[in-house]
Design a protein around this ligand. Sequence first.
Ligand SMILES: Cc1cc2nc3c(=O)[nH]c(=O)nc-3n(C[C@H](O)[C@H](O)[C@H](O)COP(=O)(O)O)c2cc1C
Length: 161
Amino acid sequence: MKLAERIATRRNIKTFRQDPVDETMVNAVLQTATMAPNHRLTEPWEVVFVGPKARAALNHGADFGGAPIVLAVLSNRGQNELEREENLVATACFVQNFLLLLHAEGVGTRWASLGSLPKNREILGAAEKYDVVGVFGIGYPSEIPAPKMRTPISEKTRHLP
Ligand SMILES: Cc1cc2nc3c(=O)[nH]c(=O)nc-3n(C[C@H](O)[C@H](O)[C@H](O)COP(=O)(O)O)c2cc1C
């Protein structure tokens, strides 16, 4: 499948089958995802695998769609606001790599943003110097949602003289 098709067919998956996902594959995918652009090679991303106790404590309404693996991605805030912003952008690039590489393996992901709430930061062991970018359910999809169409980019493009 061409990259453009991979990007177009990735979905935020709501529910997962119980089939296990190979953690070695997930770790390999995480490693590849680190080739994301990042200014001054700060490599700001950190990954936290969420075990059953922490997962229960997070108390996600849908329990991450029953995903066999749950992990959080954190971004180091750096030394100042500019670094924090750049690091967040770099970590978002890392996350997109990760989502697309898993999609290429037939594995779906469900993005939850509950990790940024103070009590959930504590459960995730996120020290003050980290932003929590997302908590991700990972598994083989039991259902693939229909695509949500996007606005033509021409409507969001300007040309300066
Ligand atoms: C920063 C960020 C936070 C998100 N948080 C959530 C969330 O808390 N719950 C959720 O269902 N989806 C969340 N999503 C996923 C979006 O809802 C999803 O990408 C969007 O509906 C488009 O669907 P698609 O990814 O299948 O194209 C988040 C996505 C991003 C980029």
